[in-house]
Design a protein around this ligand. Structure first.
Ligand code: ADP
Ligand code: MG
Length: 339
């Protein structure tokens, strides 16, 4: 029998990988904003058109890229963030897979402008469906701008699967909230179809929450602070009387990365036991800092799930810390409270 196994061409492999990394425009928003943060940006601008289907652009004032790096950044498994497998256990960056830009470029029209410090001219590059259309020297400010147009232009099935502009914008806004809440020390702008949705100045966490969710949040927040050998916990709970029937504002960040965890959510809910109706959901903005060696964030391509070495201990510390915070604020039971 003849041999039939072949290696897939790069552009096909990239398209397949893209299916995992990029589900919708909001995934592009997440990846581009995380890259801007990893590049040390202090100011990040997000520009969207038509729910991100027509355009997702992120402009940062981070460290930029050299001419060669600009081209290499679109290669699969090309990254400046890790060098060895050991580095995976001490990650200080959001990215490390070197897959995002390669994936995005496989399924969209991408235009990049980038310039590092101490050089006069930057790079302007266009890549479409993994194919570099041109790369030229260009006048461009320090930092990087990446514009992603016509997402899934070459995968009609995926493009048709996208929801209305309004729904896609909601997903994008969720991602924006997560990144903005994780980084109050970075300034953010967010424009949708030419109008400004958010202008978030550099500030502290309490003010950032208020800027994102509105002034009424200021009186809702109960501060949380605890530091143990295993985990440092900070952030805010919403007072029990503001618990809602819908889930609303529930945010966990581990080492400044937004994560989803039903298990840790359970710890929060159980700290509110007796203070809210069990059909209501508490609001929270909780930041856990742990030794990077004690977690594995490599278990999911979009990295919203992580694995703790010692989940039970984190759960127990979290629960007792939150109970203490709620107790300190002399919170009265809100069982009869109606919304
Ligand atoms: P990863 O973030 O996992 O390294 P990406 O595909 O997202 O993979 O990016 C590849 C590389 O391109 C990064 O490691 C980084 O060196 C460079 N890069 C991407 N975006 C930016 C940016 N906004 N500013 C500076 N460098 C960037
Ligand atoms: Mg990245």
């Amino acid at each position: 029998m003849a041999d039939i196994i072949r290696l897939l061409p790069d552009h096909v492999a990239n398209q397949i990988a893209a299916g995992e990394v990029v589900q919708r425009p909001a995934s592009v928003v997440k990846e581009l904003m995380e890259n801007a943060i990893d590049a040390g940006a202090t100011s990040i601008k997000l520009i969207i058109k038509d729910g991100g289907k027509v355009l997702v652009q992120v402009v940062d004032n981070g460290k930029g890229m050299s001419e060669t790096d600009a081209r290499l950044s679109f290669e699969r498994h090309a990254t400046s963030k890790i060098q060895s497998a050991e580095d995976l256990f001490q990650l200080n960056t959001k990215g490390f897979r070197g897959e995002a830009l390669a994936s995005i470029a496989a399924i969209a029209h991408v235009e990049m402008h980038t310039k590092p410090e101490n050089v006069e001219m930057g790079t302007h590059l266009r890549i479409e469906g993994s194919k570099i259309i041109f790369q030229e020297v260009a006048v461009t400010p320090l930092g990087t701008s990446i514009a992603v147009k016509n997402l899934f232009f070459n995968i009609p099935a995926r493009r048709n699967f996208l929801k209305s502009n309004q729904v896609e914008l909601r997903h994008i806004t969720d991602e924006f909230h997560r990144v903005a809440l994780a980084h109050p020390s970075i300034g953010f702008h967010f424009y949708n179809n030419g109008s400004e949705l958010f202008n978030l100045p550099v500030t502290n966490l309490r003010q950032r929450i208020v800027h994102v969710f509105g002034g009424r949040f200021n009186e809702k927040l109960v501060p949380v602070a605890e530091e143990t050998q295993v985990v440092k916990i900070s952030g805010f709970l919403c007072k029990p009387e503001f618990a809602k029937k819908s889930r609303g504002e529930q945010f966990f960040f581990v080492n400044n990365r937004f994560i989803k965890s039903a298990y840790l959510n359970h710890a929060v809910v159980s700290a509110f036991e007796g203070l809210i109706k069990n059909t209501n959901h508490p609001g929270y903005f909780l930041y856990l800092d742990v030794d990077p060696k004690s977690i594995d964030i490599n278990i999911h391509p979009t990295k919203t799930e992580i694995k703790f070495d010692d989940e039970h201990t984190v759960y127990a510390i979290l629960r007792s810390t939150l109970k203490h915070s709620l107790g300190q604020f002399n919170v009265v039971p809100a069982l009869d409270f109606e919304h």
